[in-house]
Each structure stands twice: as structure tokens, then as C-alpha cells.
Design a protein around this ligand. Structure first.
Ligand code: HEC
Length: 147
């Protein structure tokens, strides 16, 4: 399971590298996702919080505080960070194209697996989980833009 996951991630990264090459030629291949301004503002604030969460989890891992790191990964990036705007008509997920929304859910899912890996204390699993999360961020960033 782990090695096939790595293979799949590697292919995704190679595809992304190809797109990054295209972007260097001023060609933005990202798909435009039309979303209301309020949803974009909420989504961007969420995104900035994700970078903070990654920094927080990394710091706790560096300190060897696996329990706190696992809790922070779930709360800041995993399912604990999903659906907080349920009921809000501007909730970003509602306005994403379905494949984009699925990529968002996949990121939360990857973060939850990362949290479980952190709890296990197994360094290889922790690194693999980290790779899956940042690959999920990169995949969506290479595929979609909102402006
Ligand atoms: C479902 C798609 C998706 C996923 C998954 C995703 N992002 Fe984003 N992110 C976007 C889009 C779309 C933008 C805005 C791009 C634009 O400006 O057109 C964005 C913008 C950002 C920004 C800029 C915020 C600002 O103030 O403009 C940051 C930082 C960011 N993302 C971090 C992350 C991190 C870290 C992760 C992973 C933990 C992540 N994102 C996962 C879609 C995603």
C-alpha cells in the first residue's frame, strides 16, 4: 500500500513539474474556478491558516511532542478543520467545482492519515504522511485558480 502510494505520488509530482515548466513560459494552465468574492476571501484565510498549521505541526514534531503534533495536524488540516462553515452559504466548498472539492477533501483525508502516522511515532510513516499532505496542497494549486 505504502509503496504504491509513493509511486502514485511521484507520478503526480512529475506531472506537476511539467505544468510548472509550462507556467515558466507564461502559460497559466490552471483551470479558473468562478467563486463568489466572499467565498474566495474565506478560502484564502483558510489557506493561510493551513500554512500556520503545517508550521505548528513541524515545530511540535521537532520537539518530539508527537501527541500534540497529531492533535494539531487533525485540528488544523484534517477533518477537524473541515466543515466549520457548514450552513454558511459562502462556505468555499459549496462553490468549488466538484473535482476541486474532492481534492480539498482528499487533502483533509491525507492530513488525518498524517495525524495517525504521527501518533504511531514511526518516522518513515510520518515523512510519508507529510509528503501526502503537501502533495495534496500542490496538486490543487497547480490545477485551479480563483482569480
Ligand atoms: C482544493 C484545492 C486546494 C487545496 C487542497 C489547497 N489549496 Fe491553497 N489555494 C487554492 C486556491 C484555488 C488558491 C487561490 C489561487 C488564486 O489566487 O487564484 C489557494 C491559495 C493558497 C494560499 C494563498 C492565500 C492568499 O492569501 O492568497 C496559500 C498560502 C495556500 N493556498 C496554502 C495551502 C496549503 C498549505 C495547502 C495544503 C495544506 C493548500 N493551500 C491546499 C486551492 C487549494
Amino acid at each position: 500500500m505504502t509503496s504504491s502510494l509513493h509511486g502514485a505520488t511521484l507520478i503526480v509530482l512529475l506531472l506537476l513539474a511539467g505544468q510548472a515548466g509550462a507556467a515558466e513560459n507564461d502559460e497559466d494552465v490552471r483551470q479558473f474556478a468562478k467563486m463568489p468574492a466572499e467565498s474566495i476571501a474565506l478560502m484564502r484565510a483558510d489557506m493561510r491558516a493551513h500554512t500556520l498549521a503545517i508550521a505548528e505541526v513541524s515545530g511540535l514534531l521537532a520537539e518530539g511532542d508527537f501527541n500534540a503534533a497529531a492533535v494539531a495536524a487533525d485540528a488544523g488540516l484534517g477533518f477537524g478543520a473541515m466543515g466549520q462553515m457548514r450552513g454558511n452559504p459562502n462556505a468555499p466548498g459549496r462553490h468549488m467545482p466538484a473535482p476541486m472539492h474532492r481534492m480539498g477533501i482528499a487533502m483533509h483525508d491525507a492530513a488525518n492519515s498524517w495525524s495517525e502516522a504521527i501518533r504511531s511515532g514511526d518516522a518513515r510513516r510520518i515523512f510519508a504522511g507529510y509528503q501526502a499532505v503537501v502533495s495534496a496542497c500542490a496538486s490543487c494549486h497547480m490545477a485551479y485558480r480563483v482569480r
